[in-house]
Design a protein around this ligand. Structure first.
Ligand code: FES
Length: 124
């Protein structure tokens, strides 16, 4: 019996919003109407491309890179894309998910997304 295929990618979209007047920025904001449409746009873009069965969009809360929002995190690969717009999402769908090439123009800077710390080195 053939198993159910895994998704090729999981796309974690930060859907955290902050109330008006909150000093901390958030990935979904009343002051940025486009930010409120990006999750739906991502899903629609994957559907239109015919790849939503293998590229799975997932809503998350804060991913701790709020100043760079709106952000998505793509796994596998630990690739974080920042400052997203609908246009940027379309390019990521085409070039990363279909083409297999990370869109370096939109990737968070190394100074903000350094290599992970091995949990074994921190464990007590
Ligand atoms: S609000 Fe999106 S990363 Fe914090």
């Amino acid at each position: 019996m053939i198993g159910m295929p895994q998704p090729a990618f999981y796309v974690f979209k930060c859907q955290q919003s902050a109330p008006p007047g909150m000093p901390k920025p958030s990935c979904v904001s009343q002051s940025n109407p486009e930010s409120q449409q990006l999750m739906q746009h991502l899903s629609q873009s994957l559907m239109m491309k015919g790849i939503i069965a293998t590229v799975s969009p997932i809503q998350t809360s804060c991913l701790n890179r709020c100043q760079q929002g709106p952000v998505i995190l793509v796994e596998p690969g630990h690739t974080m894309y920042v400052g997203l717009t609908k246009e940027k999402i379309d390019r990521i769908v085409e070039e990363h998910f279909v083409g297999g090439n990370v869109v370096t123009d939109y990737v968070i800077g190394d100074e903000l997304w350094a290599d992970p710390i091995d949990p074994a080195s921190m464990a007590r």
